[in-house]
Design a protein around this ligand. Structure first.
Ligand code: GUN
Ligand code: FE
Length: 445
């Protein structure tokens, strides 16, 4: 029989179709699945034959989902500030990623996962780096996180020519990685195919990786697109097309493709994204810090385009906090579209159920419903910097909460954060190891 657990909470914000909220409620779990949600009055603690997690003052929400992350860049936080995208890549990020070895990759990934879990993110779509991708999977599996990840694909690189790999070798390697890891760790790990961006890939690598993806059911094609005006100009110079036109001409746009950013789209490009049901990962903190611009998210949503949220990598935000992304997603569009645009509930849904839909995981995660997987986050909203009115829980979370308010996190029915401490990684140890590995890495450049 599967192990039983119960979580008692002050309220459960389900994010289901009706946006149901249960006050003074109990959620029961068997194995990795939610089996019931009921009022505390109907729960007999003394006869329950499982672990009871008692949080009568905390708010229970679905695990947060971030659809654009670079775990391999966490080590570089604070080392690449105040630059535009192409200089940021050429002068800082590509040289540092090129210098990653197995140990520094492990340190970077551990640091990133630890920050994400502590902040209530339970599922990510990770872009990966050029080398040592096995390490990313090893640490994701150890952490218990739900994740899509894949070696990032670069077989041309005019910005930093040392940082690329041979097309044929790359295709062979990603096939082996996908064979080994897709569906691993009780289906929590999925392989995603990750061309870095149009400027870093031959047409063959882009097409063949998309073709290969068909052998791995439930996979995702993940790339950056139309983030920065200079990037778009380069794409135009190289391929004679707008970025999205080019991707579409290679048949790469469909409902299994997630494009990070999409800051600068013309009307025709927007229509192509809508008509192909391509997903957009909105990364507001990254778009502001790299000076890329502000994506027209309220218009994309009005058109029915799938939008979800991601922090991007640590050197472009400089935190992997879903709370920062939610708050910015809610705020940055208001000066142009008005204060009613991007209300708190809409934004909260982008960080939960819309992320799940983008990844085709909406039957399993993204909301708290019977039959879904127990990916759960408990937040403390009883603090002096939170509204005392308790009028609107979405507002309390989106406008007032932060990662430090997360107290407990469960993934697939297993607690990963308890009492604000990561159960898997020892924070002091991973910070010490990250500092050491970063110094060694910088000497290698
Ligand atoms: N475009 C290509 N690579 C990257 C990256 O690492 N970060 C961001 N923000 N954009 C990119
Ligand atoms: Fe990115």
């Amino acid at each position: 029989m599967s192990e039983k657990k119960a979580v008692i909470a002050k309220q459960i914000v389900t994010c289901d179709k009706n946006s149901s909220i249960y006050k003074n409620a109990v959620l029961e779990i068997a194995g990795n699945k939610i089996t019931s949600i009921k009022n505390i009055d109907y729960f007999d603690k003394s006869s329950f034959d499982g672990n009871v997690y008692n949080f009568p003052n905390l708010t229970l929400v679905p695990g947060f989902i971030q659809t654009h992350i670079h775990l391999c860049q966490t080590l570089f936080r604070g080392l690449a500030d105040d630059l535009l995208l192409l200089d940021w890549l050429k002068l800082k990020i590509f040289p540092m990623e090129n210098a990653l070895d197995k140990e520094s990759m492990r340190a970077s990934v551990q640091l990133g996962i630890s920050e994400l879990l502590l902040g209530g993110t339970t599922t990510i779509l990770d872009m990966g780096s050029l080398r040592h991708h096995q390490i990313v999977f090893e640490e994701l599996i150890r952490s218990g996180m739900r994740a899509f990840s894949g070696k990032c694909l670069i077989d041309i690189n005019d910005l930093y020519p040392d940082f690329k790999s041979d097309t044929k070798d790359t295709l062979k390697e990603i096939n082996e990685l996908a064979d080994s890891f897709h569906g691993s760790n009780n289906e929590k790990i999925k392989y995603s195919f990750s061309p870095r961006f149009v400027l870093s890939c031959t047409e063959k690598l882009m097409r063949d990786s998309k073709e290969m993806m068909r052998d791995f059911h439930g996979s995702i094609y993940h790339t950056h697109a139309s983030e920065n005006k200079e990037e778009i100009k380069e794409v135009r110079n190289k391929f004679g097309k707008e970025n999205i036109d080019y991707l579409n001409s290679l048949n790469l746009l469909d409902d299994e493709t997630i494009l990070a950013h999409c800051v600068h789209l013309n009307e025709s490009e927007k229509s192509q994204i809508k008509n192909t049901q391509t997903r957009i990962a909105h990364c507001p903190s990254s778009n502001l810090k790299l000076g890329s611009g502000i994506a027209k998210i309220p218009e994309y949503l009005k058109d029915g385009i799938s939008v979800s949220l991601g922090a991007d990598g640590a050197p472009c935000n400089n935190n992997l906090s879903i709370f920062n992304e939610m708050k910015l997603a809610a705020l940055i569009h208001k000066p142009f579209y008005g204060p009613h645009s991007m209300d708190a509930e809409t934004v909260f849904r982008l960080a939960t159920i819309e992320g799940a839909k983008a990844l085709h995981l909406q039957d399993d995660i993204g909301s708290i419903e019977i039959g879904k997987k127990a990916d759960l986050v408990l937040i403390n909203l009883n603090k002096s910097d939170k509204p005392v009115s308790e009028e609107n829980v979405y507002s309390d979370i989106v406008y007032s909460a932060s990662s430090s308010d997360v107290e407990f996190v469960m993934i697939d029915g297993i607690p990963v954060i308890e009492n604000k401490r990561c159960k898997i990684f020892d924070e002091e140890k991973i910070i010490a190891s990250a500092k050491e590995e970063l110094q060694k890495l910088l000497k290698r450049i």
